[in-house]
Design a binder for this molecule. Structure first.
Ligand SMILES: [Zn+2]
Length: 183
């Protein structure tokens, strides 16, 4: 089965202890809101996520209350506190210059992403307008690569409501990215 993952990640660097604390606070908020509950029967195949949908999980959808749409397959949520690269996998599209909107070179973009993983966020220069922008700004919507921590990943759980995504981003703090992956 194709899997859809929506990951909301902080790309502004923080020390590991801060990432862990932010992740714990976010998981606590989502549990208090009864959006998720701890998965007490993690199974690598059938129940792989650390959290399962809670009694009010459906309030996070773009059309809250529609509990019977295709999204009922929601499988769970994970909080990822280790810095890592989040990619859209099969959803990846060429990057887009945040200045002029021109498409950037995809190979160059992926090379830069490798540098981001290895060190700090590099800048990429636009061949059309000459602007150099941090790589995170080059993502075309939700279909670019993002490196950071902590991250919250929703599996087969979409479309998320914009105000819910905004709330999660504000709780992560700093610059954040949303990555919609199809695996
Ligand atoms: Zn440009």
């Amino acid at each position: 089965m194709a899997e859809h993952r929506c990951t909301i990640v902080r790309i502004d660097p923080v020390p590991p202890a801060t990432a862990a604390a932010l992740g714990t606070a976010l998981a606590g908020w989502l549990q208090d809101a009864r959006i998720v509950v701890v998965n007490r029967a993690v199974d690598p195949v059938w129940e792989p996520c650390a959290f399962r949908p809670g009694p009010r999980w459906w309030t996070t959808f773009a059309q809250a209350g529609d509990r019977f749409g295709p999204e009922v397959s929601a499988t769970g949520m994970d909080v990822l506190v280790d810095r890592e690269a989040h990619t859209p996998s099969r959803n990846l599209v060429p990057p887009r210059c945040p200045g002029c909107g021109s498409a950037g070179d995809e190979d160059e973009y992926v090379d830069h992403a490798g540098r981001w993983v290895a060190a700090t966020e590099p800048a990429m220069t636009c061949a059309s307008c000459g602007r150099a922008a941090p790589l995170g700004e080059w993502a075309d919507g939700r279909f670019g690569i993002a490196v950071g921590a902590p991250a919250v990943r929703f599996s087969n759980w979409w479309p998320l409501a914009d105000d819910f995504v905004t709330e999660v981003r504000s709780r992560l703090g700093g610059r954040t990215s949303v990555v919609e992956a199809k695996i």
